[in-house]
Ligand binder design. Structure first.
Ligand code: NDP
Length: 573
């Protein structure tokens, strides 16, 4: 039983948050039921009385001959060099090859494994078993960087028991409604009219929806981007550890592909190739992309059924075909070094988005050469900046939820190849359809430009701050920052952008999205679809992320939420 009445300065044993391990610590201060304690190796934390025992009770137990004696001794910090200790003493160098496993599931046996030995063990054990350890490595500058805690789990990925997106029914609804919605958006915001209509005028001739030229153009585009991806140019980096401890190699040459594509676009323009045909073939291009996304998703699902159990996605392994098809059954589907998810996430859709915008600019500017389409140029500039940023910081995608958590199925395939290029171009299409529309005096566009740049600044600065913190939480720029230390040793930044709101990057994204729509003036709500959608998407994403963080960090995450109460918009939400 926890004995209350501890005093400041007293040496006690404290249960490490989120674990079953007890360590010697000293009580620093007491406030209500909160005890601030300092562990022997210097880590400070706040715990409740339930996590404190008197040091004497531990000594007594270790002398007893009860069966529990062995268990308590095997967990004693003095006998097992702790993961937390390895990860929390920034100054101490731990050779990367001597990683120490400190907690094992039921067996309770204390072992020290080098990575080679751990691999051997993993190869010979078939049941699910969990090992946890933290690795360190050195940067080129000689700094120690903390790598994520690795949960090595052998055996199959457990079944998905918690449904997201409303389960199989929700998945089915989304799969049917989203494509219909994109067509609806196309017809409800046409050249003639752009307003919410219940049943907008639309064509019923299938040849308007599909033609061979558009199909070949789309397939050529996919082939071109795949070719650029495979070029032996760009750095190769390791992804985050998978559940079996493996780290996949990723080639990062997205920005290079973007520049090559722009040069190619310029060359085609110079050669007077009719790039503006993209404007006329928007509908058949959309249909081809949609059909392609279905075919690719089916292929990925079939491939996933043959994938090893440990390679499946934890979120798409329910056993329900519809749900797994939607969520993605395999986490990182690959053929050789060709990673389908990373390829689709950043290249054909994102770069395609900019290319469609540019084709619209060419269309309008060639039709009305004496009248530069400033608003359309501004939208294109903003969106190019956004895409260039994603590609320049391509490595950041490797730690996103999409890559480390979500499988690659219809949800992401459709999102990457259809949703992004054919809905995110809505503002540009609205302006291209109305070349003579004066949405606002040109000087007002300067205000929109400033608004968008502020959004971009918040977006970029906050993302960069978190990336820098994740890379090296001991960097001098974080010397005086407030941080919270989680049980796994990972830290949460509670200063700067991340002490202002819990997702400053989402706020920047929303402001940026709003500025794109403002380029279209205020004549119709439809061009504002994107910021409204982003708001809904990011609010939902923030909640999903918060749930994941609560699972990962437990009470420390709750503490972070208490210290930074607003999720995205300061003083509002
Ligand atoms: P984040 O980049 O915000 O990553 C969330 C993760 O950051 C958490 O899971 C946690 O992971 C870590 N984290 C959270 N709080 C802290 C903290 N205080 N200190 C340190 N680490 C913290 O989320 P996303 O991957 O969703 O978004 C990345 C970018 O992509 C954003 O700018 C977003 O706006 C944009 N985006 C754009 C979309 C679009 O369609 N245009 C769609 C989705 C995202 P851990 O602790 O494991 O490191």
């Amino acid at each position: 039983m926890p004995s209350k009445g501890y005093s400041v300065g007293e040496s006690v044993m404290v249960k490490w948050p989120g674990s079953a391990l007890w360590y010697p610590a000293v009580i620093m201060s007491i406030e209500d039921d909160e005890y601030k304690v300092r562990f022997e190796e210097g880590t400070e934390d706040e715990v409740t009385a339930e996590s404190i025992r008197s040091a004497a009770s531990f000594r007594r137990r270790s002398q007893s001959k009860s069966p529990s004696r062995r268990r308590s001794r095997s967990r004693s910090p003095a006998r097992s060099p702790s993961r937390q200790r390895v990860s929390r003493s920034p100054g101490r160098k731990t050779p990367a090859k001597k990683q120490t496993i400190i907690s094992q599931s039921k067996s309770e046996t204390k072992v020290q494994l080098t990575p080679t030995r751990s691999k051997r063990l993993l190869a010979t054990r078939s049941t699910t078993e969990v090992h946890t350890y933290t690795t360190r490595s050195s940067t080129k500058l000689g700094h120690q960087i903390l790598e994520p805690v690795v949960d090595i789990k052998t055996g199959k990925v457990p079944k998905t028991v918690h449904y997201e997106f409303g389960g199989p029914f929700g998945a089915f609804f989304i799969m049917v409604s989203l494509p219909l919605f994109i067509y609806y958006l196309y017809f409800t915001c046409s050249k003639e009219e752009c307003s919410l209509q219940l049943w907008p005028a639309h064509t019923c001739d299938w040849r308007d929806y599909f033609d061979l030229e558009a199909a070949l153009l789309f397939l050529g585009w996919m082939g071109l981007q795949a070719f650029f991806y495979l070029l032996p140019i760009g750095s190769v980096v390791k992804g985050l550890p998978l559940r079996n401890g493996q780290r996949l190699d990723y080639k990062l040459n997205g920005f290079f592909s973007f520049i090559l594509t722009l040069i190619l676009f310029g060359g085609l323009l110079y050669k007077k190739y009719p790039v503006a045909m993209v404007y006329d073939k928007f509908l058949p291009l959309l249909t081809t992309a949609f059909i392609f996304s279905i075919v690719l998703s089916i292929f990925l699902y079939i491939k996933a059924r043959r994938a090893p159990g440990h390679a499946l996605a934890p979120s798409g392994n329910s056993g329900n075909f519809l749900y797994d098809f939607f969520m993605g059954h395999e986490l990182n589907p690959r053929i050789g070094n060709f990673d389908f998810k990373v390829f689709c996430e950043l290249r054909p859709g994102l770069i395609g988005w900019v290319m469609i915008d540019l084709a619209f600019v060419v269309k309008v500017w060639t039709d009305f050469p004496e009248n530069p389409p400033w608003a359309l140029l501004l939208v294109t500039f903003f969106q190019m900046l956004y895409v260039a940023d994603s590609l320049l910081f391509e490595h950041a995608i490797l730690s996103t939820m999409d890559i480390i958590h979500d499988g690659f199925g219809f949800m992401l395939v459709f999102g990457d190849l259809v949703w992004v290029p054919f809905t995110y171009t809505l503002q540009a299409r609205y302006l291209a359809d109305r070349p003579s529309l004066a949405v606002m005096p040109d000087y007002c566009l300067v205000i929109v430009l400033a608004f968008g740049l502020i959004g971009y600044y918040i977006f970029r600065a906050s993302n960069s701050q978190k990336n820098a913190f994740r890379e090296n939480p001991y960097a001098s720029q974080f010397a005086s920052a407030n941080v919270l230390i989680t049980a796994s040793g990972k830290r949460l930044l509670v200063s700067g952008w991340w002490g202002w709101v819990r997702h400053p990057n989402y706020l920047g994204d929303i402001l940026l999205a709003l500025s794109w729509s403002m380029c279209c003036g205020f004549g119709s709500i439809i061009p504002y679809f994107y910021p409204i959608y982003m708001l809904v998407l990011l609010v939902h994403r923030e909640r999903r992320d918060s749930d994941h963080c609560r699972q990962k960090y437990g009470n420390v995450w709750n503490k972070y939420c208490a210290q930074v109460p607003y999720r995205i918009i300061p003083y509002v939400y």
